[in-house]
Design a protein around this ligand. Sequence first.
Ligand SMILES: *[C@@H]1O[C@H](CO)[C@@H](O)[C@H](O)[C@H]1NC(C)=O
Ligand SMILES: *[C@@H]1O[C@H](CO)[C@@H](O)[C@H](O)[C@H]1NC(C)=O
Ligand SMILES: *[C@@H]1O[C@H](CO)[C@@H](O)[C@H](O)[C@H]1NC(C)=O
Ligand SMILES: *[C@@H]1O[C@H](CO)[C@@H](O)[C@H](O)[C@H]1NC(C)=O
Ligand SMILES: *[C@@H]1O[C@H](CO)[C@@H](O)[C@H](O)[C@H]1NC(C)=O
Ligand SMILES: *[C@@H]1O[C@H](CO)[C@@H](O)[C@H](O)[C@H]1NC(C)=O
Length: 691
Amino acid sequence: MSLLSRLSWAALFALVGADSYKEPFRPQYHFSPAKNWINDPNGLVFHKDKYHMFYQYNPTGNVWGNISWGHAVSDDLLHWSELPIALDAFQAPSGPLTELYFSGSAVVDSGRSSGFGNKGQTPLVAVYTSLYTQDMTLPSNQTVRNGQQSQSIAYSLDDGLTWSEYEGNPVILGPPSAYSDQYQNFRDPFVFWYAAGQHWVMVVSLAQEHRILLYKSSDLKEWTITGDFGSVNAVSGAWECPGLFPLPVDGNDHDIKWVLMVGINPGAVAIPQGSGTQYFIGTFDGSNFTADPGTILSSPVPAHYTVYEDWNKTSFAASSWTPTGDFVGEGPEGGTVLTLWGKSKGDGDGDIGSLTSSNFTITSKYVQFQIGCCSNPAIVGAYGTPQDIETTINLLVSGEVVRSTTGVSGGGITWRSWDVSDLVGQTASIRLIDSSSGGWGHLQVGEIVFTDSPLPQEANWVDWGPDFYAATSWNGLADETRIAIGWMNNWAYGTDIPTSPWRSAMSIPRKLELKNVQGKTQLVQQPQPRLSPLEQGKPLQQRFWKNMSPGNITLPLSVKSVDAELTFHAGKNPKETGISLRQGSDGAAIRVGYDFATAQMFVDRSAETQDVSFSNLFPGIYYAPLSADHDGMVKLRILLDWSSVEVFGGLGESAITAQIFRPDSDLAVSVFSTGDAHSVSLKLYPVGSVW
Ligand SMILES: *[C@@H]1O[C@H](CO)[C@@H](O)[C@H](O)[C@H]1NC(C)=O
Ligand SMILES: *[C@@H]1O[C@H](CO)[C@@H](O)[C@H](O)[C@H]1NC(C)=O
Ligand SMILES: *[C@@H]1O[C@H](CO)[C@@H](O)[C@H](O)[C@H]1NC(C)=O
Ligand SMILES: *[C@@H]1O[C@H](CO)[C@@H](O)[C@H](O)[C@H]1NC(C)=O
Ligand SMILES: *[C@@H]1O[C@H](CO)[C@@H](O)[C@H](O)[C@H]1NC(C)=O
Ligand SMILES: *[C@@H]1O[C@H](CO)[C@@H](O)[C@H](O)[C@H]1NC(C)=O
């Protein structure tokens, strides 16, 4: 690209000065906007040597609202420049804020199939969800209802700088008739060109049905439904932000599989009240996606447990659950499920109250229970607030809620699990709460059991950490190059994280591949941008220990952003081996390591000492399965930035992404081992800033 065009792009936006981007917790090599709120990445498209990234953006503040599409571009996926807002809710064709621009994708319409522009021009077309904020007739004469979600398109004839809405919008007014009642939960279209069939394909979510619909089109305007997928694996919350793309298995062009990525909120693995991303591997024939049998997991059930409560009428009568509100005098009606559904107001859903167990001592590592109906569907504008979780089962210790889980609307009852290993020996009680008096305002709880075994894996998680959501990938790259990025935040606490004047960052971009690892085809990922330009002039720290016995080795280093690789093998009596980052003089640190006993890597951010009071859901330890390689080596690649850590295990078959908010003074690094390890090797580069 010429210097001239580089300058003309640069002249279009205010370059961020070198003095800024130094606020507390400001990511140094991850994208965050200069100011204001962002969430999902949208419209990722590579065009004329530039990576375009749009994102859900509030132009007016630091919390979710007034959702528009912000825009940034990069030459290298590391250095980003913010451009003017692409789709501005204050300038919606039907009037300011009558339409919000929810998530979607973008394509390069090289063949001008859409007819936008003139011969010789190449339109970029964005496909997104319009959320209408009132009943109205649109400029296209189509009528929409308040809260309706429809699919719309906009186009750019200047390589993405400015955008116009198509006057015929929306292009898909609502879901097919079988799901017409889901018109408020129909969103996040991902569109791509299917060369083998010479047509466009859209995958779009029926959020509350946990179902992905597939459509096809020849011009991006007229769409026909061709397939559907769901509802399987993790379904304890809304399905959002689907993406579908092909990848060769182990680089073999004759073995192409398709990957369907889907966001879920709540119901993710790291924080059940929060958001995460799962994937399915299968085949796509141009119309429908079919998952491979191995990618569909059976519903997990507990093993080796003791029953605490099974709602047997006789034993319930003898036990001492304490009711309040409308549940005084109520009890089980037979069967092993209790429906918290008083009868005093006649309609059941209107009743509110609670039921509290007697005190017991925690003696097992897990409390597991069946829960269903209802997570009251996410209320727009109230994401992550208690309004989302009015019907819950809570664990109380010393009067404080220490665990809390809600059910799945209409999804039947499913087993959920609390890891209470840190609470063994403490006195606790369980409280069932129904404070929702609206429709579906009740709670179902099945058996409650105590066990030392975790629940089996329920989904193929793209990332096992709390802060990787709404992941989507770039259109416009070579067929086998698939680069994805996720929102590095979680709806469980996202609007409360202690950053200003911006809130939320994106993950590091990740190159996705399919590989056979441990006899199973898995999605593997590695950070895509080479960080080496940012490391220039910084000394590489390299250490090697032939044998390591239990203890901590503090390194003479102070670091806030690094790219590290830690490898090691099990010793005679292996336990946990890893690295502590951002360690304070009190020993508190972010611990990244591997547990040989359970074959899991982990990130422990439970020792936060500052600025985590914003949410009791924030502190925690997050685990991901990881096997040593065939030589017995465990490999962890660790990217630390000022307020995040991302860990890629092995070939990248396991990833954990977590935000961290540590005191600025806590910068020490140590390698730890609670058992024996050998051939421990650490390479660690301090990383500079892109801003
Ligand atoms: C959205 O915009 C309106 C009008 O400018 C403003 O009053 C409101 O505070 C904004 N909401 C948020 C959440 O930023
Ligand atoms: C919408 O309806 C009005 C009144 O019938 C008509 O004048 C106008 O051309 C219509 N617009 C479109 C886009 O069809
Ligand atoms: C698409 O495939 C699914 C299985 O994944 C099947 O249940 C469904 O009926 C198919 N839909 C169509 C329209 O062929
Ligand atoms: C319920 O509990 C009582 C007393 O422990 C027991 O006799 C009875 O068999 C149980 N009923 C069921 C259905 O499990
Ligand atoms: C259970 O323990 C809590 C706090 O430890 C206490 O406040 C409560 O009164 C106890 N409940 C019963 C029924 O003993
Ligand atoms: C290593 O450090 C951790 C955390 O700072 C501390 O809890 C532990 O006691 C230390 N272990 C040894 C053997 O020094």
